[in-house]
Design a binder for this molecule. Structure first.
Ligand code: PGA
Length: 255
C-alpha cells in the first residue's frame, strides 16, 4: 500500500476546505484501487471535512495534538477533541512547529505518546537542515530525533507509526531530495526505528517539494511507503495528479 497525506498547513477556510475535500473524492470516484489518502486541514475545518469524507476511503488527520486530555492549556487541542471530530491521524513534530514555535524533542515525544494512547496514528516528522546535510551529518541528526521521539513508547498491538522524512531544505523550496537520497535515508530510518520499536508496523513517507512531476518516481520505490505533500496538496488539480500517480503504482503492485 502507498499513503498520500495532504498537509494543508494554515491555509483554507471551512468552506474552501470542504470543497477541496469534495474535489479529492470526486477525482477518486470510480477507481477500484487507490492509494490510502489522508487529508490534514486546519483544526477549524476538521469537523466539516469529516462530514465530506465520512464513509469514504479518505481519512482525516490533524496537524498537531495536545499532550493532555483536558485542562488549562490555552491554544492546545487535546487527543479527545481530535477523536471527537473523527481525526484518526495526526502530524507531529513538523519542522515548522520545531523551528518557528520552538517545539523541543521532549514535547514531540510527549505528543507522540498522547496520540498513541488515544489510538490516533502519528505521522512523526524528522529531517535535517541544509547546514547539517552539507556537513554530512544527516544520518546521525535524524537518529537523534528518532531516539528522543520514540524511546520508551508503548505501542499497542495493531498500531502503526508513520515517520515522514522531510529534509528542511526541501520543504516549500521546489528542491526535493533526489530519489536516491530519499531511499538512503528511508533505509536508515527503518533500521533505527525498528530497533527502537521492535515488532511495530512502521510506515516511512517522504516529504519536501513533492509535486505531480516527481510523485510517481518517488512512490514507485519499495523503500518509500508514501508522500507527505504540503503546497501541492491544496491545489486540487495537482493533488489529484499525485493521487493518480499513486493509483498507477498500487495498480502495478497488485497486478
Ligand atoms: P511542501 O511541504 O510539499 O510544500 O514542500 C511539505 C511539508 O511541509 O509537509
Amino acid at each position: 500500500m502507498k499513503h498520500i497525506i495532504g498537509n494543508w498547513k494554515m491555509n483554507l477556510g471551512v468552506r474552501e476546505s470542504a470543497a477541496l475535500a469534495r474535489g479529492v473524492l470526486r477525482g477518486m470516484r470510480g477507481k477500484d484501487i487507490t492509494p490510502h489518502v489522508v487529508l490534514c486541514p486546519a483544526f477549524t475545518a476538521l469537523s466539516e471535512v469529516h462530514k465530506v469524507v465520512a464513509r469514504s476511503r479518505v481519512d482525516l488527520g490533524a496537524q498537531n495534538i495536545g499532550t493532555e486530555r483536558q485542562g488549562a492549556f490555552t491554544g492546545e487541542v487535546s487527543p479527545v477533541m481530535l477523536e471527537d471530530v473523527h481525526a484518526s491521524f495526526v502530524i507531529i513534530g513538523h519542522s515548522e512547529r520545531r523551528q518557528i514555535f520552538g517545539e523541543s524533542d521532549e514535547l514531540v515525544h510527549d505528543r507522540l505518546m498522547a496520540a498513541l494512547q488515544s489510538k490516533l496514528t502519528p505521522i512523526l516528522c524528522v529531517g535535517e537542515t541544509d547546514h547539517v546535510r552539507k556537513a554530512g551529518d544527516q544520518e546521525s541528526f535524524v537518529t537523534g530525533q528518532l531516539q528522543s521521539a520514540l524511546a520508551g513508547l508503548t505501542i499497542g498491538q495493531h498500531q502503526t507509526v508513520m515517520i515522514a522524512y522531510e529534509p528542511i531544505w526541501a520543504i516549500g523550496t521546489g528542491h526535493p531530495a533526489t530519489v536516491d537520497d530519499a531511499i538512503a535515508m528511508h533505509k536508515h530510518i527503518r533500521t533505527v526505528a525498528e530497533g527502537l520499536l521492535p515488532g511495530t508496523d512502521i510506515v516511512i513517507l517522504y516529504g519536501g517539494s513533492v509535486t505531480a512531476d516527481n510523485a510517481y518516481e518517488l512512490l514507485r520505490e519499495p523503500e518509500i511507503d508514501g508522500v507527505l505533500v504540503g503546497g501541492a496538496s491544496i491545489r486540487l488539480q495537482e493533488f489529484g495528479e499525485i493521487i493518480d500517480a499513486g493509483v498507477d503504482v498500487v495498480t502495478a503492485q497488485e497486478a
